[in-house]
Ligand binder design. Structure first.
Ligand code: PLP
Length: 457
């Protein structure tokens, strides 16, 4: 059965419930026809009309090895022919899964012990919350269960991960439970710093606020702190100087686990293999997804540190089996995809590319945008960056209504052949191109973005 493009668009409009989409605008056609994405190669995708776009956001910060990598496609196909599926419950495994897990435990920062697999960053963070609760129960500390995350942190949109997400519009109308989840201030010096306050002083203040929250709630009720090494969806915001050092001092003082949500920063994006290594973070639990398979297959991991795992193992005689798992936990095709992707990440030294091409990218963003009258801040690390637009640079005032300029620039960029994302928190244009991006491609990205900004100014 062959369909023409109009029929496909029509079927889509009639039957797909699209994530993060204004439903009425889509249904009425105000958003135009759905973009039918057909092929991808390197850092570019092509739609069904043959229009090529540079993907300056690697899908959703995930296609790190770029599109069209035959090595990965072949690994997936080989595994599908050999064994499409078997579960990993009760001591079943596959060679690809065992190899991947050994690799992850060895390459991850800190003393890691095991990997629990899921299909998305959201479910992996859901698992992390359950691990924290389980760990506290097994330690005989049943009250030590609350989890602190940060305003503007993004941890997913399932029930618990959505509650941990610190942007209210993600849960306002969906009644996500707030009990047991607390939020502390975002580590963004540009907006949060007081007049004359240095980054270091601001970091100390944020750590003091975290400590005050812990004391107010009672440290014996706080199980974990979850954070992205670099705030991602909340605005691509690297931490201010000294932030992680100050925060970890507080967590250590009150016996609070640290979950590093490395869904974006894992596997090279900051210029180090993990964001934790980049910022001197020593996590107890690490969440990975996206870059793990470069999105060639849905796969996520909750990497469990030795400290937590030992308690889980010790408790097994008392509580029986670890009663958590998904049909697709440790899916062999996902594991094969991840091994093929990690081969590329290592062989092509993608963290190194994110470091060198990334620093060129950061220089170019600063050079072209930092002085423009509608730009408040240009920021980033490695191959992730953002331009934040403001109505008045001197007074640091936002545009009113908020969220219009970032979206307009993003649209103008797209018309010129570049996907750069209007971030949901503020007037921000975000970039996170594949980690295989070259300097010449950075020049293309920056020059299209410049034309787009000038078209809107
Ligand atoms: N954690 C972080 C830091 C993320 O950026 C995301 C998604 O963007 C998630 C968790 C959720 O991942 P998923 O969309 O795969 O559920």
């Amino acid at each position: 059965m062959t369909m023409n493009l109009n029929q496909i668009a029509e079927m889509d409009r009639n039957s797909v419930l699209h994530p993060f989409t204004q439903l009425k605008d889509f249904a009425s056609g105000k958003m135009g026809d759905p973009t039918i994405v057909e092929t991808g190669k390197g850092i570019r995708i092509q739609d069904a009309h043959g229009k090529e776009l540079i993907d300056g956001f690697a899908g959703l910060y995930c296609v790190n090895v770029g599109y069209g990598r035959t090595e990965v496609a072949e690994a997936i196909s080989r595994q599908a022919y050999r064994l499409a599926y078997y579960h990993s419950y009760a001591a079943h495994t596959t060679d690809e899964l065992a190899i991947l897990s050994d690799r992850l435990v060895k390459m991850a920062p800190g003393k890691m012990s095991k990997v629990f697999y899921g299909m998305s960053g959201s479910d992996a963070n859901e698992t992390q919350a359950k691990l924290v609760w389980y760990y506290s129960n097994l330690r005989g500390k049943p009250n030590k269960k609350k989890i602190i995350s940060r305003e503007r942190g993004y941890h997913g949109c399932s029930v618990v991960s959505g509650s941990m997400t610190g942007m209210s519009f993600y849960h306002d109308h969906m009644d996500l439970p707030r009990a047991g989840i607390l939020h502390t201030g975002a580590p963004h010096h540009y907006w949060g710093g007081e007049a004359g306050e240095t980054e270091q002083e601001f970091s100390k203040r944020r750590a003091d606020e975290l400590e005050a929250l812990i004391l107010r709630e009672d440290p014996d009720t706080i199980g974990a702190f979850i954070a992205e090494p670099v705030l991602g969806t909340g605005g691509i915001t690297p931490p201010p100087q000294g932030y992680w050092e100050e925060v970890q001092k507080v967590l250590g003082k009150y016996d609070i686990l640290l979950i590093a949500d490395e869904v974006i920063t894992g596997f090279g994006r900051t210029g180090s293999m993990f964001g934790s290594q980049h910022y001197g973070i020593e996590p107890d639990l690490i969440t990975v997804a996206k870059g793990l398979t470069s999105a060639y297959f849905p796969l996520s991991g909750a990497i469990v540190g030795e400290k937590v795992f030992m308690v889980l193992e010790d408790g097994a005689d008392r509580v029986g089996a670890f009663s958590h798992g998904y049909t697709y936990s440790g899916h062999p095709i996902g594991a094969a995809a991840a091994n093929a992707v990690l081969d590329i990440v290592e062989k092509e030294d993608l963290p190194g590319n994110a470091r060198t091409v990334g620093s060129y990218f950061q220089e170019q963003l600063k050079a072209k945008f930092a002085q423009l009258p509608i730009v408040g801040e240009v920021r980033g690390v490695g191959l992730m960056g953002a331009i934040e637009f403001v109505a008045d640079r001197e007074k640091k005032t936002r545009f009113k209504p908020n969220l219009t300029v970032g979206a307009r620039v993003s649209k103008a960029a797209r018309e010129r052949g570049l996907i750069a994302r209007a971030m949901p928190h503020g007037d921000i244009l975000g970039f996170a191109p594949p980690l295989v991006t070259t300097k010449a491609e950075v020049d293309e990205i920056v020059s299209i973005a410049e034309a787009a900004v000038r078209a809107v100014m």
